[in-house]
Design a protein around this ligand. Structure first.
Ligand code: OAD
Length: 252
């Protein structure tokens, strides 16, 4: 079967579906110029996660960690959602029940207009008090250029931390519950994720276990490739565009 046949098969499944769940990773933002973590040009080729994306790293050197996050915020602020984000946003308005669970912290899905995004790993645009001072227990939104790093908690004057989930930290309970509920669906797609970071990596198999048709869209094979019902080797922005043409032919 050619990849084009695979895209048609997935379009058929989506046409018949009312409950759709999409799980995204960094590959969805690659066409917006945001580097992925793994693979060619991936951030983890040049930086070590344990020096930048753990609570221990922050405790050791908050300035270094904040410089890295401030750099990423700057990159994302200059980027625009791409065709993959746009198609997913359109689906969020079209399917009877649609859930997007994203591991991405860049906010590009929200900027494309996707409704009800479940942010599994938090957001680059959220900050929280490192000491959990209670002035803003759930953190706050800050889309500024931050100025001097590390930024401070406006409530207690202590250190603020990025509102993201670091290695070794728990997924926010509400995100976990929403993602778990979304595994009861007709079609579950994993798009642009290397499927190596748990618990996100287990979601698509979880949906399959509950009877969903599962598919992956990724130019590279991942640990999930052999277990999904359909693996489409391609870029998110191209495959989703082709799918959308099949689902919504011009003029229909
Ligand atoms: P990764 O960087 O691990 O994987 C990105 C995936 O996207 C790879 O499998 C690529 O093959 C694929 N890819 C690249 N370009 C693509 C394109 N145009 N279309 C579709 N796929 C493409 O990113 P994640 O799986 O999101 O966590 O990483 C998971 C977590 O690990 C992140 O949330 C982050 C990271 O460390 C934390 O920081 C806690």
């Amino acid at each position: 079967m050619t990849p084009q046949d695979d895209v048609s098969l997935l379009a058929e499944r989506l046409r018949a579906a009312s409950r759709v769940t999409v799980i995204t990773g960094a590959g969805v933002s690659a066409a917006s110029g945001i580097p992925t973590f793994r693979g060619a040009g991936g951030l983890w080729n040049s930086f070590r996660p344990e020096q930048l994306a753990t609570a221990e790293a922050f405790a050791r050197n908050p300035r270094l960690v904040w410089e890295w996050y401030a750099w990423r915020r700057g990159l994302v602020a200059r980027a625009k959602p791409n065709r993959a984000h746009e198609v997913i946003a359109a689906w969020s308005a079209r399917f009877e029940r649609f859930t997007l669970v994203t591991q991405n912290v860049d906010g590009l899905h929200e900027r494309a207009g996707t409704r009800g995004v479940v942010r599994f790993h938090g957001s680059l645009w959220e900050l929280a008090c490192w000491d959990r001072c209670g002035g803003a227990p759930d953190g706050w939104t800050d889309e500024s250029d931050l100025g001097e790093v590390p930024p401070r908690c406006p409530h207690c004057g202590g250190l603020a931390r990025p509102g993201v989930v670091w290695f070794g930290e728990a997924i926010p309970a509400a995100a976990l519950a929403a993602a778990s509920a979304a595994l009861d669906c007709d079609v579950c797609l994993a798009i642009g994720t290397s499927a190596v970071v748990h618990p996100a990596a287990g979601l698509v198999a979880g949906a399959g276990g509950r009877g969903a048709f599962t598919a992956e869209i990724n130019p590279e094979a991942t640990p999930a490739t052999s277990s999904v019902d359909l693996a489409i080797p391609g870029r998110a922005e191209e495959v989703l565009d082709r799918l959308e043409v099949l689902l919504c032919p011009a003029g229909s």
